[in-house]
Design a protein around this ligand. Structure first.
Ligand SMILES: Cc1ncc(COP(=O)(O)O)c(C=O)c1O
Length: 414
């Protein structure tokens, strides 16, 4: 770690060192997290953070933008190449501002929007009442079906016919299944809605071409760059040429001020990394590991929402094992596995308790783990549940998890 930081601010340097230790020692299974590369971190920590660059390359409100223009142009070009998109806006500070940009580019406050409900796997920004999306728009939601725990697109069509939304929003934070983009496109066309797909969770799988892409089907695609895509924290909007003006105008000056040029340069690095053949291998391994974990958990009697997964995440319903999601999150943390409690469809527990946990394979796959390690993790989880009140047994499991993590070093030179 940098000696400068230690000298200038030992307290924050200690926080950074402690967090590195935590990331190293625990098995990171939060589905939305990953370990970005040193090259990405170097760009994030670069002098580009010093530059104001309101506007877009070649049309800035500040002088001295020649070099940051190059960074942004590269980021846009690479994003388009990576996702086979016509145009990209790489300025959104986050996935949330990417969504805000897309919504307000096509809808006015008070318009109707239709997205997957948060408690069925959707995201806060898909119309939840506490979020800007629910506060500014008349939000309606579709849900998954009770038995299959998947989306029934005929029912979604009925709902869209009834609501007649201005925006039809696809994408999720906790939906383990592939989306039917064609069905959503046809529903949007039938009811005259703009089809926005938020691929934040699956973007890395799409980039690695191991998961179908929403880009040919949706009017606008939004994303984060820090989940499966493994880049810096940030957002992205992809669209066709005809929509670029509206999207750009809404992101700046509509929503944001000066872009984070250090983050944009880091996005360019991330996209370059994703364009390499090794990234496709990584994306395939993320999927293989999710399959291996699902199979091992099912074999041990865990219940998975929708019975399995098509992507990088699984939702475990903990109730059949006698635990709430909160209990399970705490139990797994006790043995060194980090995940998050998550509502399951038709959950009877509150969002602070929940009945499930969400597990993802992107971060551990970056560390180099494979199917054997996924089976070991399922085994640790199973034994932890069986020994939940036995501190000595939990200590043993924590030691096993730590040993497993140490065999796959994270940032070995630090
Ligand atoms: C589907 C989806 N969209 C948007 C976001 C928001 O991204 P951010 O946290 O960068 O605002 C998330 C974050 O979890 C997400 O899962």
């Amino acid at each position: 770690m940098s000696e400068f930081l230690k000298r200038v601010d030992p307290e924050i340097a200690a926080v950074v060192a402690a967090e590195l230790g935590r990331q190293r020692d625990q098995l990171e299974m939060i589905a939305s997290e990953n370990f970005t590369s040193r090259a990405v971190m170097e760009a994030v920590g670069s002098v580009l953070t010093n530059k104001y660059a309101e506007g877009y390359p070649g049309k800035r409100y500040y002088g001295g933008c020649v070099h940051v223009d190059d960074a942004e142009t590269l980021a846009k070009r690479r994003a388009c190449e990576l996702f086979d998109a016509e145009r990209a806006n790489v300025q959104p500070h986050s996935g949330s501002t990417a969504n805000m940009t897309a919504y307000l580019a096509f809808a006015k406050p008070g318009d109707k929007i239709l997205g997957l409900s948060l408690s069925h796997g959707g995201h806060l920004t898909h119309g939840h009442p506490v979020n800007f999306s629910g506060l500014m728009f008349e939000a309606h939601h579709y849900e998954v079906e009770q038995g299959s725990e998947t989306i029934d697109y005929d029912k979604l069509r009925d709902k869209a016919r009834e609501v007649k939304p201005r925006l039809l929003i696809g994408g999720a934070s906790a939906y383990p299944r592939t989306w039917d983009y064609e069905a959503m496109r046809s529903i949007a066309d039938e009811v005259g809605a703009v089809f926005i797909f938020d691929m934040a969770h699956i973007a890395g799988l799409v980039a690695g071409k191991v998961h179908p892409s929403p880009v040919p089907h949706a009017d606008v695609v939004t994303s984060t760059t820090h989940k499966t895509l493994r880049g810096p924290r940030g957002g992205l909007v992809l669209c066709r040429q005809e929509h670029l003006k509206a999207v750009n105008k809404m992101n700046f000056p509509g929503i944001q001020g000066g872009p984070l040029m250090h983050a944009i340069a880091a996005k360019a690095v991330c996209f370059l990394e994703c364009l390499q053949p090794e990234f496709a291998d990584y994306a395939q391994k993320v999927l293989d590991n999710a399959q291996a974990l699902a199979a091992a958990l099912l074999a041990k009697g865990f219940r998975l929402v929708s019975g399995g997964t098509d992507n990088h995440l699984l939702l475990v319903n903990c109730k059949p094992r006698g635990l709430t999601g909160k209990d399970m999150e705490e139990l797994l943390e006790r043995v060194g596995i980090t995940c998050n409690k998550n509502t399951v469809p038709f959950d009877e527990e509150s969002p602070f308790v929940t009945s499930g946990v969400r597990l993802g394979t992107p971060a551990l796959t970056t560390r180099g783990m494979g199917a054997v390690e996924m089976e070991q993790i399922a085994e640790i989880m199973d034994r932890a549940v069986a020994a939940k009140d036995d501190e000595a047994a939990l200590d043993t499991l924590a030691a096993e998890a730590q040993e497993l993590g140490r065999a796959f070093p994270l940032y070995p030179d630090d």
